[in-house]
Ligand binder design. Structure first.
Ligand code: SF4
Ligand code: SF4
Length: 210
């Protein structure tokens, strides 16, 4: 039986700080379809890169099905299977607005009783001798409380969507998925009010899905 991992909250110290990665880019390579993007990630990419979802899908992202839902993920590209956002020096070219899963690594997230916990992913980071850092500093998201509430809301939405998705036939499943993809990722949010607007959007989409 697996040993339960130690759980942390945002004000806890955790041995995650890999000292700026220094030449290592192993978690930006060969990650398959696993670096899923949430609506906030795509909102940041669209805003900073001045691109639409369609344009991002033509370059750095792709769509796949994860737990019954069509979601965008970072596309691994070329012979080396690297993320397209790595620059010539193998550094992240979008570091300031990189996706949430990139910020999190080598931590994982766990949702429990409407709360969010963090844990060290076993054998995930190639760097030895990592230093301790506060979880919230590691994530580096300014509006951390709003961000965490957003993550829980999004997690709950995905769970409910997956649970409701079994019945109505292939065409209906596809059209429900495309509706959600367009509302949550395609349609723009106002930059300054993302988190508030996202909560409203979730309520509207839930209504639209019936
Ligand atoms: S977005 Fe940046 S940190 Fe994330 S996988 Fe791509 S290059 Fe690496
Ligand atoms: S494996 Fe660790 S050191 Fe290497 S890029 Fe990822 S987080 Fe940085």
């Amino acid at each position: 039986m697996d040993t339960p991992h130690q759980l942390y909250e945002i004000n806890d110290m955790v041995k995650a700080d890999c000292g700026d990665c220094k030449g290592c880019f192993s978690c930006c390579q060969g990650m398959g379809e696993s670096i899923l993007l949430d609506p906030y990630d795509v909102h940041l990419l669209k805003t900073h890169l001045h691109k639409t979802l369609e344009e991002l899908l033509e370059s750095h992202l792709e769509l796949n099905i994860s737990e019954g839902m069509i979601l965008p993920n970072l596309k691994m590209q070329g012979k080396e299977e690297t993320c397209g956002f790595l620059d010539g020096e193998k550094r992240c070219s979008i570091h300031a607005f990189r996706p949430g899963l990139c910020r999190l690594f080598p931590l994982g997230r766990q949702y429990q009783d409407n709360r969010l916990f963090y844990f060290m992913l076993k054998d995930a980071c190639a760097k030895e001798n990592r230093s301790k850092v506060k979880v919230k500093k590691w994530l580096g998201v300014p509006e951390i409380k709003d961000y965490q509430e957003f993550l829980i809301l999004w997690h709950d939405f995905r769970r409910d969507f997956a649970q409701a998705g079994d019945g109505p036939g292939e065409e209906m499943v596809k059209s429900r998925n495309l509706f959600v993809l367009n509302q949550m990722y395609g349609k723009d949010f106002e930059t300054s009010e993302f988190f508030g607007e996202f909560a409203q959007r979730v309520a509207e989409v839930r209504k639209g899905l019936g």
